[in-house]
Design a protein around this ligand. Sequence first.
Ligand code: SF4
Length: 347
Amino acid sequence: MTQIPRTNLLDLDGERLATFIAGLNEKPFRSKQLMRWVHQRGVSDVHLMSDLAKSFREQLDGSVEIKSLPVISDQTASDGTRKWLLDVGDGNAVEMVYIPEDERGTLCISTQAGCAVNCQFCSTGKQGFARNLTVGEIIGQLWYAEHHLRNDPSAVKRIDTYDKTQLAHGEGRVISNVVMMGMGEPLLNYEPVIGAMSLMLDDNAYGLSRRRVTLSTSGVVPFIDKLAKDMPVALAVSLHAPNNKLRDILVPINRKYPLAVLLDSCKRYLEFAPRDFLTFEYCMLDGVNDSDKHAHELIQLLKSIKCKINLIPFNPFADSGLKQSPKSRIDQFAKILLDAKMTSEEH
Ligand code: SF4
């Protein structure tokens, strides 16, 4: 007997869930109820959704599922940072990382399996592109991590920033910030990323404010402009070089959207951004982009944009041919930026 495929409720953003519910001849408010059960309370058994009519629960039982990506491994470091490897099939995996801090809990998620952008300092880029993740696979990372950590007594921190009246458990949430900085270029998987972000922002789901959701891009300019209109969350730009000659090599998408074009789109984005600055990521590569000259070039390049620069130590991997800048070099680079009154952070 052929089985009818079930609809994964994690794949449905607010609009699609409403259409799905209408298709079942149920009242529109049911979609909000269902969204709260799934995303706010993390319930995956429809029979536990006690304020839904029994007949509706039975109908759902036969047609839906609530399933995130299977976990391959789950590791916790001594500082509480937790890393999960998730199975996306065909021998591919993506990573998700939870970083607990005093005032916030940040989840870093992936949007694609592999990546086609091929940045020189990135091990994901070296693997090549496998496939785009779906809405359910993207939001499922937040769904799994939030509810898993919330119910885990060993979870390091409970962040109590959520409006408690919105949580049936009366508990604070664990994840206060989401960053799309894991595997993949989010803007090259635009529609599913927008669908997943709409759930992050939806008060019936995770209710995060736009400033607590950060999308990191290598600089896909047409989609930066589109994002500004569709869903202007906080934006981080992977810059990594202060001139086109070097960026063409380190971040090859620069050949298509060179720095002047990219920075113009960043300025346009600032008009819509939830904060009055953008973040630029700069991976410090020994002898490649970390000299005093590079720091001065960076100041000239970014002087007309309100921004913060994150200096990230390179994470070495086999065959990259690159080395991490020494700490003293990163400090000196940061000092030059600071002397020019540019805000930077060392990670
Ligand atoms: Fe890696 Fe991001 Fe560049 Fe893709 S866009 S290769 S994930 S740094």
